[in-house]
Design a protein around this ligand. Structure first.
Ligand code: AMP
Length: 135
């Protein structure tokens, strides 16, 4: 059975898309720790990120880097932190989180409650910068 992230990639479930190429898809985490919290997933359905082939893992990180740079421009921060957990959704994904402090990365923190308009506006602002970086 397809994972929820495969359904998102296929457009069967809505998402706030941030970036996409032929192998990877990036969209806003629906329970964000901070504004700009983004997930990067491979279109290939693999549960555990370290089951990806070496070249796939490397390409995923290069794609994540391009998204992280766009996030940082849209949401000025000290750094964009990267985390991999994957205990909830069995489809490999990287969390990209704009951070000012180490505590911004704590998954036990309360999540932001954003409106659909806010999610859309965040996704559009990151996507515009990301798309411009690819020109
Ligand atoms: P984990 O597998 O532990 O890395 O957590 C999965 C992450 O995916 C959580 O941060 C969820 O908020 C996020 N998530 C789950 N379903 C969706 C969805 N439909 N759209 C966006 N993010 C989601």
């Amino acid at each position: 059975m397809a994972t929820i992230f495969s359904k998102i990639i296929a457009g069967e479930i809505p998402s706030y898309k941030v970036a996409e190429d032929d192998k990877f898809y990036a969209f806003l985490d629906i329970n964000p720790l901070v504004k700009g919290h983004t997930l990067v997933v491979p279109k290939k359905e693999v549960d555990y990120i370290f089951d990806l082939e070496d070249d796939e893992l490397a390409e995923m990180h290069v794609f994540a880097k391009s998204v992280a740079l766009a996030i940082q421009k849209a949401f000025p921060c000290k750094k964009v932190g990267e985390a991999v957990i994957g205990l909830e959704v069995p489809h490999a994904h990287i969390h990209l989180i704009p951070i000012q402090n180490e505590s911004d990365m704590l998954f036990s923190n309360p999540k932001l409650s954003l409106t659909s308009d806010e999610f859309s506006s965040i996704a559009q602002s990151i996507n515009k910068i990301w798309a411009d970086s690819k020109k």
